[in-house]
Design a protein around this ligand. Structure first.
Ligand SMILES: [Zn+2]
Length: 430
């Protein structure tokens, strides 16, 4: 189950019933990520397929609605929750002897699949941490990209678009960078509908995800504005329920564009003022406008503003981000901690960490605790165990205070790893 602190995440996970909208021949079928289905007289256009584990369920649900053949599958991007659950659709096509569908994606989606094949285990390790609370902490995510349904129509370059007609309905596809460099979105004028993929996920955009490669806040803003100019009546987000009504669609696209411009431009301004990351970060927290904090579509339940500051900084800056040459070729953190422990005992540091914790200075308490955790010899097991236990306690409390699902999982999973270490220590020294 998703933790209590991640209110709103049930929509993100697609735990809501499918719905029909527009002319009654448009459907949004949730399967972690959403599948948008458009029925025409000549067949179906499908925007995104679900996560592999939900593929059969989504397929069955679509087949309750329509028996038209699938003619086009469009990948908004190549993430596992948008491009992997295609099998039942293809099986049906083969069984019925229908023509294989066209599969549309951006060229970077193919490179993404290749990257996943190269970094299979690594991505599983990352995703285990990002989704720890729903998948269980030790479970494989089973999102291997070794078998993919590769695109037959490929959008190339930065400015590309593609359109086609099926059953007298025009479908317009556009490429813009945002969460990924392979993202495309769909505009169906006759159905007055936009499908955004993960450019809209019913949360603050997932820009600056701590584990993931660079994402694109400025391009994201531009994508939102291009979508807004279509004046859509319906918006199918990558995650979350259908957004309905011209005014509402315009509002969510506008405010997201504004927020992405804001975070990007304010970071750039500070880079031009010669500021280092720490100063930029804390200044940015101070100036975050109320209108963004209050807007429902920008709730920090998945991505969050704090991560977006990192994303904007990383767009233009290298890894040396402190301006302190001590950090250019730093010593090992364990060695640094040991030196601090030569000045004062473990007990003293532990005592001080407890004091900070009692004053609700949890983050500072963690920094002081790390001197004990990192510098103490394992033989000093009692103090080490006490420090680790306090660290777990603080981390668990931070999880409860945390709004972002991603941040919450990272902290929660770390607490779990420490608990595992505590068990090992108990075994070793009992
Ligand atoms: Zn997604």
């Amino acid at each position: 189950m998703v933790r209590k602190t991640t209110d709103g995440m049930s929509d993100w996970f697609g735990w809501f019933p499918l719905s029909t909208f527009g002319d009654g021949r448009c459907y949004i079928v949730p399967g972690m990520g959403n599948t948008g289905v458009f029925e025409t007289d000549e067949g179906l256009v499908i925007f995104d397929v679900p996560i592999k584990q939900y593929a059969q369920k989504t397929f069955n649900e679509i087949r309750q609605l329509t028996n038209k053949p699938v003619k086009y599958i469009i990948y908004s991007h190549g993430h596992f929750d948008h491009a992997f659950g295609y099998e039942p659709f293809i099986e049906e096509i083969k069984k019925k002897g229908w023509d294989m569908p066209e599969v549309i994606a951006h060229e970077n989606c193919i490179k993404r699949f290749e990257k996943y094949r190269t970094l299979d285990k690594y991505h599983d390790w990352i995703n285990k941490q990002q989704f720890a609370s729903v998948r269980g902490k030790e479970q494989e995510l089973l999102v291997s990209a070794h078998e993919t349904l590769d695109p037959t129509i490929i959008l190339r370059g930065n400015e590309d678009s593609y359109s086609f007609k099926l059953g007298k309905v025009n479908f317009e596809i556009y490429h813009d960078k945002g969460e990924t460099d392979d993202s495309i979105w769909l505009w169906v004028p006759k159905k007055k509908t936009i499908c955004t993929g993960d450019l809209m996920v019913s949360s603050f955009p997932n820009v600056g995800n701590p584990y993931k490669v660079q994402r694109y806040p400025k391009d994201w803003a531009i994508a939102m504005e291009r979508m807004r100019d279509k004046n859509a009546e319906y918006l199918v987000p990558g995650h979350g329920k259908l957004i309905e009504g011209k005014g509402k669609v315009k509002d969510v696209l506008s405010i997201t564009a504004e927020a992405m411009h804001f975070v990007h431009d304010e970071v750039v301004k500070r880079l031009n003022e010669g500021k280092w990351f720490e100063q930029i970060y804390y200044e940015m927290l101070e100036i975050f406008p109320e209108k963004f904090k209050k807007h429902n579509i920008l709730r920090p339940i998945y991505g969050c503003y704090r991560f977006a500051i990192h994303a904007s900084y990383r767009l233009y800056h290298g890894w040396y981000n402190s301006g302190n040459p001590t950090d250019l070729f730093p010593a090992k953190t364990d060695d640094i901690a040991r030196e601090f422990l030569k000045l004062n005992s473990e007990e003293k540091y532990l005592e001080h960490a407890k004091k900070l914790y009692s004053e609700s200075k949890k983050q500072l308490a963690l920094h002081v605790l790390d001197i004990v955790v990192k510098g103490t010899d394992e033989k000093n097991v009692e103090t080490l165990v006490e420090a680790l236990k306090l660290k777990v306690k603080i981390l668990k409390e931070k999880v409860q205070d945390e709004t972002s699902f991603i941040a919450g999982n990272i902290i929660d999973n770390s607490a779990y790893q420490i608990k595992k270490r505590l068990k090992e220590l108990k075994k070793k020294f009992n």
